[in-house]
Design a protein around this ligand. Structure first.
Ligand code: DGY
Length: 328
């Protein structure tokens, strides 16, 4: 008897390259179109993909707006996003068109929280500045007053947005450095978070003014655009530090650059930018800005887990079930 491999019945397109393990897993069930070369797709390419596949698997580098989704002859019925943040997808337009959307929560919480901690340490201990000094051959050798930074122990870490990642950062900062934790969230949380030693600030301005380090963990999108604007940056304590691993649009980058340049803030640690991959030139010129290239979830285990989470959502959708991480 001759065994024939099952013919993949659904066609999916990944807009960027994913870890090989996940691409192989998807190819077992689906007719997968991979992105070659691995660069963001143009709008015309995305529109063609919407016409020729059953599901689209985009990521943060793809803008999926109402105009794009309205393309004539659309075939895509499901958008399985590779990433937890989905501000780049117009969920309202998807709902109106009957397109389901999923994301990848949970699996990147730890990696992203670790990156926020890394930025806190780098910013408070002036690590980027020190490395640049050394690499430029300008290090004159150890000196008692050279590159003096600040400690984390006992400082108030203000967490803006107390979802999975915000809570993970709080737990790590408390356990590793003995930081005090304050947080602001739109909804007052259930008592357990307070029992865990985090103080709820109902007023965002009060948290911004009290924090020694303010770390951002709210979603992007129109609702949070410039939530940290020039006014709130002025409210921050002199010598405070701002950390952003969420979305660049939440912070007014030009106002942040001014606050850093004038020395009102000691430092900032950023992993995300308003107009990625462009970065405000004024920020790039500042020694007290630690700038990473959107590395939050960039560990191999995490990127594989994200892909497997996409696969689970695709499988559920094409089996006629509710995708476990459905957001629209
Ligand atoms: C996420 O998962 O939101 C990361 O920032 C990549 O999009």
């Amino acid at each position: 008897m001759t065994m024939t491999a099952p013919v993949p019945s659904f066609s999916i397109l990944l807009t960027r390259r994913w870890p090989a393990e996940v691409e192989a897993r998807l190819a077992e069930r689906y007719a997968v179109t991979l992105r070659v070369p691995d660069a963001p797709m143009t709008r015309a390419e995305l529109q063609a993909a919407l016409r020729s596949h059953d599901a689209l698997c985009p990521t943060v580098t793809d803008t999926i707006d109402a105009d794009l989704l309205g393309v004539d002859g659309r075939r895509v019925r499901f958008i399985a996003n590779y990433g937890v943040g989905h501000a780049h997808i117009d969920l309202g337009a998807c709902r109106a068109l009957g397109i389901r959307v999923s994301n990848t929560p949970d699996v990147l919480t730890d990696a992203t929280a670790n990156l926020a901690i890394l930025l806190m340490l780098m910013a408070s201990r002036r690590a980027g500045e020190g490395e640049r000094l050394l690499r430029a051959g300008r290090w004159p050798g150890w000196a008692p007053t050279q590159l003096i930074g600040g400690d984390l122990q006992g400082r108030l870490l203000g967490i803006l947005g107390f979802g999975r990642i915000g809570q993970a950062v709080a737990a790590k900062a408390r356990a590793a450095f003995g930081m005090r934790i304050g947080f602001h969230a739109r909804r007052r949380p259930e008592p357990p978070s307070q029992q865990a030693g985090a103080d709820y600030f109902a007023d965002l301005d009060a948290l911004v003014a009290a924090a020694d380090i303010l770390s951002i963990h709210v979603p992007g999108g129109a609702e949070t655009r410039h939530l940290i604007d020039a006014r709130r940056l002025r409210l921050m304590k002199p010598g405070a530090i701002l950390i952003n691993t969420a979305r660049g649009t939440i912070v007014d980058e030009a106002a942040l650059a001014a606050a850093l340049r004038e020395g009102r803030l000691a430092a900032a640690g950023l992993d995300v930018y308003e107009r990625e991959p462009a970065v405000e030139p004024a920020l790039r010129a500042l020694e007290n800005a630690v700038l990473l290239p959107h590395l939050g979830s960039a560990t191999l285990d995490t990127r594989i887990a994200m892909g497997l989470r996409v696969a689970a959502n695709l499988d559920a959708f094409f089996d006629g079930l509710e995708p476990p991480d459905r957001v629209a």
